[in-house]
Write a protein that binds this ligand. Structure first.
Ligand SMILES: N[C@@H](CCC(=O)N[C@@H](CS)C(=O)NCC(=O)O)C(=O)O
Length: 316
């Protein structure tokens, strides 16, 4: 079935850990979706045409609505496809807070463990190519040097182990998933980190020795699958954006603290890495969401959606 303006298109690549977070959610919800594969390093001309400069992966597109960052992607999937919910057990909203822990603390531990470990083993292909390292230096604005990560990796492995031990205790209550018997946001948020290490540098999963509940849970989350995946080319995805119109209704937030309203021209940037500024005109905003519109001759007008936590918004 060809994709249309209502299809979920995930701009991704297979070994992208943050894409895996979203793919697990697609699996939990049993959704049909289209993978639009993007390059692992810059340039990504089709992606940045859609996003106005945002380069990180994944990005979700539905018609002319473009969702940047897994937080807003998953929030939108929950809004459009509420059942089964990603908020399970006692999680009514704090699951998002836990994803800040998993995305920043666990993920930032996984990176040096993987790259430092590969450097110790003398591996130097693919993910440690010169082009890749240069790209990630530009992304983070800091040296990305596996040789330096080598010394840190064993110390950081302790940090990873301590955090996965929390997960072990949580599961120890005889439950299949983090918040109870059903899988949800918290599972996807922890799991993608373990999956990333498993794919790229499985040796580092030595930290799972003594954490049998986490190992069994990892297999359970993997078995959830990714829903039904189709593939779509980058050009087709741009054609869909061009033919579609955004479904976002203009809306000013009465409680917005910084005087943003419909029509305000703003610049948005991530507060951690990949801080490329994206400019546009505000369509709607709330405590959790900001939508801006932009135009480009290849795709016409699109609306970009970002989460608020983790993104800075300034008036132009
Ligand atoms: N906060 C972002 C983080 C996304 C992220 O760091 N993605 C990685 C890939 S998994 C990335 O974009 N790396 C640079 C690249 O792929 O060019 C999110 O939740 O979506």
């Amino acid at each position: 079935m060809p994709a249309n303006a209502n299809s979920v298109i995930l701009h991704q690549y297979d070994i992208s850990p943050f894409s895996e977070k979203v793919r697990v959610i697609l699996g939990i919800k049993g959704l049909e979706w289209y993978a639009c594969d993007q390059p692992v390093i810059m340039p990504k001309p089709e992606l940045t045409t859609l996003t106005g400069g945002y380069r990180k992966i994944p990005v979700m597109q539905i018609g002319a609505d473009i969702y940047c960052d897994t937080q807003i992607i998953i929030r939108e999937l929950e809004r459009r496809f509420p059942s089964p919910s990603i908020h399970v057990g006692g999680d009514k909203g704090l699951g998002w807070g836990l994803s800040v822990w998993t995305d920043r603390s666990i993920f930032q531990a996984a990176v040096p463990i993987i790259f430092g470990g590969m450097a110790s083993d003398g591996g130097s292909e693919g993910l440690t190519s010169k082009e890749f390292l240069k790209d990630r230096e530009a992304l983070t604005g800091r040296p990305f040097n596996p040789e330096e990560m080598k010394a840190a990796a064993p110390l950081i492995a302790d940090q990873l182990r301590a955090q996965l031990d929390w997960a072990e205790r949580q599961l120890g209550l005889n439950q299949n998933f983090m918040m109870g018997d059903a899988p949800g946001l918290v599972d996807a948020s922890i799991y993608y980190n373990v999956a990333f290490i498993r794919w790229v540098y499985p040796k580092a999963l030595k930290v799972l020795d003594g954490l049998p509940n986490v190992e069994a849970w990892e297999r359970r989350v993997k078995a959830l699958g990714h829903g039904t995946r189709h593939d779509i080319s980058r050009n087709e995805a741009l054609d869909i954006a061009k033919a579609a119109s955004s479904i976002e209704n203009p809306h000013s937030d009465r409680n917005e603290p910084n005087g943003l309203e419909v029509g305000t021209k703003v610049t948005i940037m991530a507060d951690d890495y990949g801080r490329d500024p994206i400019q546009g005109e505000l369509v709607s905003s709330s405590a959790q969401h900001i939508a801006i519109k932009r135009s480009h001759e290849r795709i016409g007008e699109v609306v970009l959606h970002f989460p608020r936590m983790g993104f800075l918004v300034v008036k132009n």
